[in-house]
Structures are given as structure tokens and as C-alpha cells.
Ligand binder design. Structure first.
Ligand SMILES: CNc1ncnc2c1ncn2[C@@H]1O[C@H](COP(=O)(O)OP(=O)(O)OP(=O)(O)O)[C@@H](O)[C@H]1O
Length: 226
């Protein structure tokens, strides 16, 4: 009989500071994910809440102190090849208000990027998806609201990423690095099996091209009406 070992979960935070038509990302200078752009965050420490950990990490990494912290959901990262490895449970937030000015720290170099929208701030470059964790392109556009929305319940993303890693090119060092590439991987969206009142399926994976087109058209119309 197959035995099942419950996996340890490691709690992480991830914050995306937002301005008008722009998002602040950090270029990671060291540690896990170095050489990539990402939101700001890290491990939740014993004795602190997830929100406290998120605020602390943002201050340590970007030099700003969040005054608001909308919560958007959880990304679970499960390394399929190693059943003994912990599941990364990443709690994702945005922030629209803070004290201080973003500054370079030992860990991160913050930079603004343009968020595609009617009010896009095009004085900044587009989001560098090619230099981010590969699956970011699946969920960050949803979080930022420029692609199509999260399923029923609006803001909450629930996604499990089952991934196996392989060596990939670390853009910072130019070397092959075990944490920089993903091999076989698939994303499982968690949501409702039912469609919402507008007919949109609760799970993103059930969206057809027609549904996506309809959603984009409705959004365009709504932004003209606004
Ligand atoms: C693979 N797919 C992923 N996609 C998006 N984001 C990912 C991620 N995997 C990890 N992350 C984030 O990367 C940071 C690591 O943090 P990390 O530097 O290890 O933590 P912390 O600062 O506590 O470490 P040290 O103090 O250096 O030990 C942390 O924000 C975490 O949410």
C-alpha cells in the first residue's frame, strides 16, 4: 500500500507595491531566486503573523513601510520530484500606500514597471516576465487586473504549482544554476466548479478563448464607461 507523508509547509510572503499604472519589482541580488525580478518578501518568522512578516520583509528589502496591505491569495509551490521537500506556501499582497522612498538594499534593487491598462505609466519598461519565475506570467497579470480576472470571489488567487526544477541559466552569474529553470510542471487553479452570475467559469483553467474574448470586450467597454 502506498504510504503518504504529509508535507511540511513553509510560509512565505510576497508584496507588490502599486502606483498609478505601475508596479514596483525588486531585482534579487542574493539567495533564493537571485538574478530574478519578483515582488518583495521572505520567510515568516516564528512569533509573527503573516502580515507582520510581509511588512517586515518589504521594509528590509525595499526600504518602505506599508500602510495598507490588501490580501490576494496563496500560491502553493510543490516540488514534485522530491516528496520529502516542504511545500512553499506564498501569501500574496499588494500595497498602495507606504512611508519612505524605495531604495536599493543588500538583498534587492527596486525598479518601477509599467502595468498595461488605460492609465499605464509608460515612462517605465514593461514587466520583465522573461527574468521572473517562469510561472509568474500565469498569475501576476491576473493579480494586476490586466489580463482576465481571478475566478469567482474576485480577488483571491488560489493556485498550486507542481514543479520539478532543472538547471537553468542564472542571468546574474551566467552559470547553470539548479534553481533557475523549471522542468515538467503544471498549474492547478483552485476555484469553484460553478460559473458565476455572469457565466464565467469558477476555475480559470475552464475559460475558453471565447470566454476570455468576451471578458476582455466587457472590460474595454467598462473602462470607457468609467
Ligand atoms: C518558484 N516560484 C516562486 N514564485 C514567486 N515567488 C517566489 C517563488 N519562490 C519563492 N518566492 C519568493 O521568493 C522570496 C524568497 O525569500 P527568501 O529570500 O528565501 O527569504 P528570506 O528573505 O526570509 O531569506 P533569508 O533571510 O535570506 O534566509 C519570497 O518572497 C518568496 O515568496
Amino acid at each position: 500500500m502506498a504510504s503518504y507523508t504529509p508535507r511540511v509547509r513553509k510560509l512565505y510572503t510576497l508584496i507588490f507595491p502599486l502606483g498609478d499604472g505601475r508596479v514596483l519589482l525588486g531585482y534579487k541580488k542574493r539567495g533564493f531566486g537571485r538574478g530574478k525580478y519578483n515582488g518583495f518578501g521572505g520567510k515568516v518568522e516564528p512569533g509573527e503573523t503573516i502580515a507582520e512578516g510581509a511588512i517586515r520583509e518589504l521594509e528590509e528589502e525595499a526600504g518602505i513601510k506599508a500602510k495598507d496591505l490588501p490580501y490576494h491569495g496563496i500560491l502553493f509551490l510543490e516540488a514534485t520530484a522530491d516528496p520529502a521537500s516542504p511545500i512553499l506556501e506564498i501569501h500574496v499582497f499588494t500595497s498602495t500606500s507606504w512611508t519612505g522612498e524605495p531604495m536599493e538594499t543588500e538583498e534587492m534593487c527596486p525598479e518601477w514597471f509599467s502595468v498595461p491598462s488605460n492609465s499605464a505609466d509608460t515612462s517605465h519598461p514593461p514587466i520583465p516576465f522573461q527574468t521572473m519565475w517562469e510561472e509568474t506570467v500565469e498569475w501576476l497579470p491576473i493579480l494586476l487586473g490586466f489580463y482576465f480576472p481571478v475566478s469567482k470571489g474576485a480577488e483571491k488567487i488560489q493556485m498550486v504549482h507542481h514543479a520539478s526544477f532543472k538547471k537553468g541559466l542564472n542571468p546574474q552569474t551566467g552559470l547553470q544554476d539548479i534553481w533557475h529553470g523549471m522542468d515538467e510542471n503544471f498549474i492547478q487553479w483552485l476555484g469553484s466548479d460553478e460559473a458565476d452570475e455572469n457565466g464565467y467559469p469558477g476555475r480559470l483553467e475552464n475559460w475558453t478563448e471565447e470566454v476570455k474574448d468576451r471578458w476582455i470586450e466587457e472590460r474595454k467597454k467598462a473602462s470607457f464607461d468609467a
